[in-house]
Design a protein around this ligand. Structure first.
Ligand code: G
Ligand code: G
Ligand code: G
Ligand code: MN
Ligand code: NA
Length: 252
């Protein structure tokens, strides 16, 4: 079986599920939600890393079907919790193809209407590649924002987007890639860049989520730099839905 064929079968059998990595409000010391991270366990029990199968899903066009399953799964996993906790949100990762064709939007709207989850409780994350086709990305972002979703730029600092591109799009949240957080407190050349990435984000008036926070030193640094939100192993790994719900209640 080719990897592509295997992935097609996995899509048909709905073998993907999600773990939820908590996101913390640094000023309040509270959990405000989570990012949904895809997991694939093959029928033989082996795990495949998303770093391997997401690129394949993008090349083969299967990613839009996976995104639609993701939406259904998030609502299935967490609708009762989200209805009980109207301030909580879940961030969903979108591929560049999702941003281009926008086909996930009616799927998302239907799932939310059916479940009673409010649109502002679903955030959408797209990497800078998702914003390269500015016209189609703009239409998707505007439609999503009109419905009340927050749209965030993922892996900020690692892509190719120009400031003018970002300035011209109706966005207000960005996630600083973990490579810039890793560099804090180290001698690496990247550590020189980290304060500039944060300044740039502030200059654009973006809310900032720092990703990959692993140490108390990194937390102290980003807090001092005015970063509002943080995510990383210092707080929690990605968790099964019931463990995320427990984490949310413990940190609220
Ligand atoms: O835990 P981690 O290995 O989950 O994630 C690896 C990569 O896969 C990250 O770059 C992340 O953005 C991406 N990713 C995780 N979940 C999804 C998803 O549901 N859809 C898409 N398109 N990418 C995802
Ligand atoms: O959960 P963690 O961030 O350590 O995930 C690292 C990798 O391990 C991911 O690519 C994921 O696919 C896989 N993984 C996630 N949860 C589990 C698990 O419960 N058991 C095993 N064996 N692998 C997992
Ligand atoms: O969407 P994105 O590319 O940002 O995916 C987040 C990735 O980062 C996932 O693979 C997730 O498991 C991983 N991750 C989350 N927190 C940490 C962390 O604190 N340290 C490291 N090394 N990886 C993390
Ligand atoms: Mn992400
Ligand atoms: Na990221």
């Amino acid at each position: 079986l080719s990897p592509r064929r295997e992935l097609e079968i996995a899509v048909a059998r709905r073998e993907f599920f999600f773990q939820y990595q908590p996101i913390i409000d640094l000023a309040k010391g509270r959990c405000i939600g989570a990012e949904a991270l895809i997991r694939w366990k093959r029928p033989d029990g082996s795990w495949v890393s998303p770093d391997l199968f997401i690129p394949l899903a993008e090349q083969s066009g299967l990613i839009t079907a996976i995104t639609n399953q993701l939406i259904e799964r998030v609502v299935g996993d967490l609708a009762p919790m989200l209805i009980d906790e109207p301030d909580a949100h879940i961030a969903i990762n979108l591929s560049a193809q999702d941003m281009e064709d926008g086909g996930f939007l009616p799927v998302l709207e239907a799932a939310l209407v059916r479940s009673g989850v409010a649109p502002p409780q679903i955030w959408l994350e797209a990497t800078e590649r998702g914003f390269l086709h500015a016209d189609t990305a703009r239409r998707t972002i505007e439609a999503a924002r009109a419905r009340g979703h927050v749209v965030a730029i993922d892996d900020f600092g690692t892509g190719y987007s120009s400031l003018s591109l970002l300035e011209g799009l109706p966005l207000d949240t960005l996630k600083i890639d973990k490579s810039f957080i890793d560099a804090i407190g180290r001698d690496a050349a990247t550590s020189v860049v980290t304060p500039h990435i944060i300044d740039m984000a502030h200059g654009l008036n973006f809310k900032i989520v720092a990703e990959g926070v692993e140490t108390i030193e990194q937390e102290a640094y980003i807090r001092k730099a005015g970063v509002q939100f943080a995510q990383g192993w210092f707080y929690s790994k990605a968790l099964p839905p019931e463990d995320f719900t427990a984490f949310y209640h413990a940190y609220n």
